[in-house]
Design a protein. Sequence first.
Length: 202
Amino acid sequence: MRRSDSDRVVNIIGAGEVGGEVLDLDNDADLEGKTALVRVDFNVPMNDAGEVTDDTRLRAALPTVEFLLEKGAKVALMAHFGRPKGKVVPEMSLKPVAEAFAKVLGAPVFFAENCGFHEKAHAFVNSRSAGDVILMENTRFEPGEEKNDPKLAADMAKLADIYVNDAFSAAHRAHASTEGVAQLLPAYAGKSMEKELSSLDA
């Protein structure tokens, strides 16, 4: 990644209520009973049967998810898959990914099927309890995702109390699920993100 891109990653993570500072999950976050909206990289390879063939990116999300659960949070994950270009493409649903991540996590993952990021999604997330893990549907099914639509970002922000970006590979993109929502919630770097940023500074 170019240096200009790495600077942008830092700016995106810290774009919320803290004026550009990258918040530290270990020291700055009060997570008990809170909902954490976590942007992850689950753009994983799949075979023709819809099965995940390499779970490396799923395992990379474990340190952040497990940390949040240990601190008493509810975790709502969001990710993109493929390039559906703002349309619902059933073959690009994250449902098989939810099933694969549940195996990696060793716990249920509740998939927000046919919920989008609007009122139905809010009701679904609110219906879950602290300690639950939810995977939202493909962010790129939303026409406003890649346009960084403010309304979509606002709807995403309504799902949670804090935002955690753990998708280093997508963080330089000015999308609703990366930059837009980070403007609206206290924004933190996830464990995988912290590791990547540390390697940039080395």
